[in-house]
Every structure is written in structure tokens, then in C-alpha cells.
Design a protein around this ligand. Structure first.
Ligand SMILES: [Zn+2]
Ligand SMILES: [Zn+2]
Length: 180
């Protein structure tokens, strides 16, 4: 059976762009992507002072969900809440390859966060790059030094925008080797 990738789309994440995101991630990673509505609820992990979720707590919850429903495929949650992890003011996303779970926040990828109008094309690109990056980790890829490769770790939105919606040749090769 062909291994697929699963994406859960939270109700607060920007609606109407799920299919283009799934298509773009499929094209970047060369794997089928199944997208569905998120029903996982988070009762802990929200920091009231920071107004952010602890991404590690979110990943713990996703791990429990995967075990309960025996989901073996890599699982990515797209949510709109802001995320942080210890030592960082915020993170665009986080992956835990030992459990095959990852999370991406759309909040800081959305131009509305910076006081501009929503731009679907930009949103699809950014969420796809971030999503493919975290799913790439779940497939065994590590960070890449090529600033245009999806596996490059962006520190800023500009660095994320500089990336292309592709894996560099070296990461693509690694992906093929890992799949064999
Ligand atoms: Zn990374
Ligand atoms: Zn690369």
C-alpha cells in the first residue's frame, strides 16, 4: 500500500484553500495527501499570558489521537492559533519525527496578521511550504542549507517567502532513498 500523508484542518484555519494546499504539498513531496476537518480538541497547552499554544503539548495530543485511531501515516495539523516552543517567541510549525506528528500555525502566514488584506495565493504558498517542511521532517528529511529549498529553516517570513515550493535536488534524492 502506498504511504500517504494526512492533514487535519482546524475550523479556525483559513477556509477554502484546503485543496490547493493539498495539491501543492503532493507536488512538493511526491506523495498523496488526504485532508480532512480537524476534530481533535485541545484542553491544555494554551498559555493565557502569551496567547499562544505550546507546540509540544499540541504534538503530545496529536500523538494520543494517532495511537487511539491507529493512524500510522504522518499527520499534520493546520491550526490558526499562534504557537511557541521553549526558547522561541513563536514558531511557524513543529514536527516530532518519533511520533510522526506535526503542527503548523497559519496565523503569521496570513497577511491579515500584518494588517493587509487576505491573499489566497500567498497563503496557499506559505502554508504549503511550511506544511511540506514539517511533513518532510516526518519522512526523515533534516534541514537544508539551500535557501530556496523547502527544507531550509526560515527564521523570518521573508526567508519563508524566499523559499520555492520545491525540494532541492539533494533533498529529493534523500526522499527517494528513504522511501526505498
Ligand atoms: Zn524544520
Ligand atoms: Zn534541500
Amino acid at each position: 500500500m502506498l504511504m500517504g500523508l494526512k492533514i487535519l484542518w482546524d475550523h479556525d484555519a483559513p477556509d477554502g484553500i484546503q485543496l490547493p494546499v493539498a495539491r501543492t504539498i503532493t507536488r512538493i513531496l511526491g506523495m498523496p495527501v488526504e485532508i480532512s476537518e480537524n476534530h481533535v480538541r485541545f484542553s491544555s497547552g494554551y498559555d493565557n499570558a502569551r496567547k499562544q499554544y505550546d507546540a509540544q503539548t499540541v504534538l503530545n495530543r496529536l500523538q494520543t489521537f494517532k495511537m487511539r485511531y491507529q493512524i500510522g501515516d504522518p499527520l499534520l495539523l493546520v491550526m490558526n492559533d499562534d504557537l511557541y516552543t521553549s526558547g522561541w517567541d513563536f514558531v511557524f510549525g513543529l514536527a516530532r519525527d518519533t511520533t510522526g506528528a506535526a503542527v503548523v500555525s497559519s496565523l503569521r502566514l496570513d497577511s491579515r496578521y500584518y494588517g493587509r488584506d487576505r491573499c489566497d495565493e500567498e497563503l496557499v504558498e506559505r502554508i504549503s511550504k511550511e506544511g511540506a517542511h514539517e511533513l518532510g521532517h516526518l519522512k526523515g528529511l533534516s534541514h537544508c542549507t539551500d535557501p530556496e529549498c523547502v527544507m531550509f529553516q526560515p527564521r523570518t517570513l521573508d526567508e519563508l517567502d524566499r523559499k520555492k515550493t520545491i525540494l532541492c535536488i539533494s533533498c529529493r534524492r534523500k526522499m527517494t532513498d528513504l522511501a526505498e
